[in-house]
Structure formats: structure tokens, C-alpha cells
Design a protein around this ligand. Structure first.
Ligand code: ADP
Length: 424
């Protein structure tokens, strides 16, 4: 039994990161519980619908779900409504207790509920717990056993409540994602703004949900994990924390720039040397990728803010790594054009479809379909890079073919005075 519980926790973190809709998450969660917990053959997951203040069936196993769809329960009504209202779980040890728990349903609803169980024997015991978040109750999950009375005990209540609370985070997360329309064409600015907030909240919740899942699993008293497994979980937590820090960093940077508070501290910069330092960092961090730097021997100094240019290069290299999931060569090249120093970052990654190419530098734009699906990002890295380059009087652009890699370029103006001071 303890092993079954541990197995559920272990699977839960993956499930939370991979489910793409609240319906899918509800269904997968219920399947997981039924698959791993012995002598549980039936279950329903209700979600609360704010628009009509009713609980509706989001997933059901061991029931004919089509018959359950019209069932909309009031809060406080029936086994599910009571768990929702009390914000507390309950155990129903025998068939009488189960019948009594549903007795206050209107007769038509009660008949519908019990008729929907027709393929299996009647339930002998049940457990119901609310799906709680810090400030709301998202729904209720009910598990039922057709094979034993007294099938659930106080430990089950604690265990299921913990799982339900983790899944609630995931449900909130997927609901936010569903609210955000990925194609945000020509919507009004206010709408765009609030969608941007939901978008970011979602992007932050994905790593948070994962961290919570792994941490709770590690803290489980009843489960023991091998040292290797523990390290793997801690490594995932560490990586997800880095993702969060990067998202927050981008968000702050972007608002500083929006407020016009970015101050440039210009000085003569040797671009090849700056590139070398940053690429060295990436070589250490990204062992799957190879890096090549290619600058003409004498490259002029540019008048620029080195920290800000480093940020542009890091954003481009970060993307080159992130969107080349199978590794490959990344080339950073310098080129001199009349009055301009051009730097490019080329990768052999997933590439970008032509219809997305001219939207890359829009705030919060991310390609949601194809191989980049599932990557986390702020959609702010390229807009930030553009603001920095343009505030230096330069320009930034991209060339790409889907499936064949991408090249990102930025060009900085060469000033006559520093143009002649070739670097050693
Ligand atoms: P983020 O990477 O955080 O989503 P960016 O503003 O850096 O945000 O990039 C915006 C989008 O452009 C990405 O979500 C991705 O779809 C696409 N993109 C950026 N760089 C690359 C690249 N080198 N290869 C393929 N797609 C890219």
C-alpha cells in the first residue's frame, strides 16, 4: 500500500507538467489513482463552475460519463457538494453511508447518478476530498470501492487530501493556460495586458507546480527513495528554480525598460573578447552543444554598454541552446559592413516558420506549437534584446527555416572616432 502511494506521488509530478488541459489533468489524475490504489474501482472528479455556482463532472471512471454530464450539483448538496462546502474530506464506510450522503439530491439527479454505475457492482465504501488551493475550492474528487466495506481509513484521507492539493495547483495552472488565447492577433491593448499577466502567471506556475510536486514527494514519510532518485528530484527542483529566477528577471527588466529607466553606460567595447567570455560560460553549461567563434582578425571597437550587450548575446545564445534540443553546433560570427559591426548567432535547431518570424520581437510572443511546445519562457528575451540594440542606435533581426536552424543578427553603428581604433 505504501509503495502504491509512493508510486502515485512519483507519477504525479510528471502528470502535472505534461497535462495540457484541465479535462486531461482531471482524467489522468483519476486514472492514476485507480491504477495504483488497489480495491478502488470507481471515481468521479467534480469541478466547480463559477458561472453557475455548480459542481460539474470533469472526469469519471467506473461510470457512464455521458449520463453524468447533465448533473450539476449545488454546493453543500450530496457527497461532493458537502466536501466542497466544508472544505474537508470525509469517509463513507458502507453502502448505507453512501446512500445517505446522496439522499438530499433531487430524485432525478440521484437516479441519474446511480443509473450511471450500471456496469459495475454498487459501491461499498467511498472517500471524498475537496480540491483546495490557498483561497478557493476548485472541485471535489471521490474514490469508491466496489470490493470492500471500510475500504478507506484516516491515513487515506490525509494522503488523498495531499494529492488533491497538489493537483489543484496543476488545475489552476491549466485553467489559466486555457483562458489565454495563444493567437493574440489584433486584440485591444487592455486585453493584451491582462492576457500577458495570465500568460506569465501560467509560465511561472508550471515550474512552481513541478517544484511543489517533487518537494512533497521527497518529504513523504511513508516512502523511501534511492539516493539516485532523490538526487534526480533535487536536480529537477534546482533546474525549475533557475527557470523561475530567469522569468522573474526578464519581467523586471522588461518593466524597467518600459518605464524608460534603462541607463546605458557606454564605453569602447571589444566585441570578440566580450563574446569569448560569454561563450565560455555556455560551453560549461551546455555540454551537448558545440560552440564556434568566428571574428575577423582585427575588429573595431564599438561604443556600447558592455553589460547590456552581454545580455543581448546571452539571450540569443540561451535561445540557440534551448531551441536546439538535440544539441549541435552554435556559431557566433562577427562581420564588418559599411558603418556597422554585425554579430550573428546561428544554431542547427528547430527553426521558425515564416509566419512567426516577424512576430518574434513582440512582447510575450512564443511559438506554441511544434517542437518548442513544452519549453518554458517569458517571451521577453528577444523584445529585451531589441530594446537594448535599438537604444544603441542598432537593429536586430532573424533568418530561419523550419527544421533547419536559425540565425539571429544584431548590428551596431560604428562611430568614426572609434572605428579606426582596431583592437589588438
Ligand atoms: P522565450 O524563449 O523566453 O520564449 P524569447 O523572446 O527569447 O522568449 O523568444 C520568443 C520565441 O521565439 C520563443 O518562444 C521561440 O518560439 C522563438 N525562438 C527564439 N529563438 C529561437 C531559436 N534560436 N530557434 C527557434 N525558435 C526560437
Amino acid at each position: 500500500m505504501q509503495r502504491a502511494r509512493a508510486a502515485i506521488f512519483e507519477n504525479l509530478a510528471d502528470l502535472l507538467t505534461n497535462a495540457h488541459s484541465s479535462g486531461e489533468l482531471s482524467d489522468l489524475f483519476l486514472s492514476l489513482l485507480l491504477e495504483k490504489r488497489k480495491r478502488v474501482e470507481r471515481g468521479i472528479l467534480f469541478v466547480y463552475d463559477e458561472s453557475n455556482e455548480r459542481l460539474a463532472v470533469a472526469a469519471a471512471h467506473g461510470y457512464n460519463i455521458a449520463q453524468l454530464v447533465p448533473l450539476h450539483l449545488k454546493t453543500g448538496e450530496g457527497m461532493a457538494g458537502r466536501a466542497w462546502h466544508a472544505r474537508r474530506g470525509a469517509i463513507y464506510s458502507d453502502p448505507n453511508a453512501i446512500q445517505a450522503a446522496w439522499a438530499d439530491l433531487p430524485p432525478a439527479h440521484r437516479e441519474r447518478l446511480f443509473a450511471a454505475q450500471s456496469n459495475l457492482a454498487p459501491s461499498l465504501s467511498a472517500i471524498a476530498v475537496p480540491l483546495l488551493t490557498a483561497d478557493s475550492v476548485l472541485g471535489v474528487v471521490i474514490l469508491e470501492s466496489v470490493s470492500e466495506t471500510d475500504g478507506f481509513d484516516a491515513d487515506d484521507l490525509v494522503w488523498l487530501q495531499r494529492l488533491a492539493t497538489i493537483v489543484s495547483l496543476g488545475l489552476e495552472n491549466t485553467r489559466l493556460r486555457e483562458r489565454v488565447n495563444p493567437s493574440r492577433g489584433d486584440q485591444a491593448p487592455e486585453r493584451l495586458k491582462s492576457e500577458a499577466v495570465s500568460f506569465l502567471a501560467h509560465e511561472m506556475r508550471t515550474p512552481l507546480t513541478s517544484i511543489k510536486g517533487y518537494a512533497t514527494t521527497l518529504l513523504l514519510e511513508e516512502a523511501t527513495f534511492s539516493e539516485e532518485k532523490q538526487r534526480e528530484f533535487i536536480k529537477r527542483i534546482d533546474e525549475e528554480c533557475d527557470t523561475l529566477v530567469n522569468l522573474i528577471h526578464d519581467l523586471l527588466e522588461s518593466s524597467i525598460m518600459d518605464a524608460g529607466l534603462m541607463a546605458l553606460e557606454r564605453e569602447p567595447v571589444m566585441l570578440p573578447r566580450l563574446v569569448e567570455g560569454i561563450v565560455q560560460d555556455f560551453i560549461e553549461r551546455s555540454p551537448n552543444h558545440r560552440f564556434l567563434i568566428d571574428f575577423p582578425e582585427s575588429f573595431p571597437l564599438v561604443q556600447a554598454d558592455p553589460d547590456r550587450l552581454a545580455q543581448v548575446l546571452s539571450n540569443l545564445l540561451e535561445n540557440a541552446v534551448k531551441y536546439s534540443p538535440r544539441g549541435g553546433l552554435i556559431i557566433v560570427q562577427g562581420e564588418l559592413r559599411p558603418h556597422e559591426a554585425v554579430v550573428s548567432v546561428a544554431d542547427q535547431g528547430i527553426g521558425i516558420a515564416p509566419e512567426h518570424l516577424n512576430r518574434l520581437f513582440e512582447k510575450f510572443f512564443r511559438v506554441k506549437d511544434g517542437p518548442s511546445r513544452g519549453t518554458v519562457g517569458s517571451g521577453l528575451g528577444l523584445p529585451i534584446a531589441r530594446t537594448i540594440v535599438e537604444s544603441h542606435g542598432g537593429r536586430i533581426w532573424a533568418e530561419s527555416r523550419l527544421g533547419e536552424g536559425s540565425i539571429f543578427y544584431f548590428a551596431l553603428p560604428l562611430q568614426e572616432t572609434v572605428e579606426v581604433a582596431a583592437c589588438a
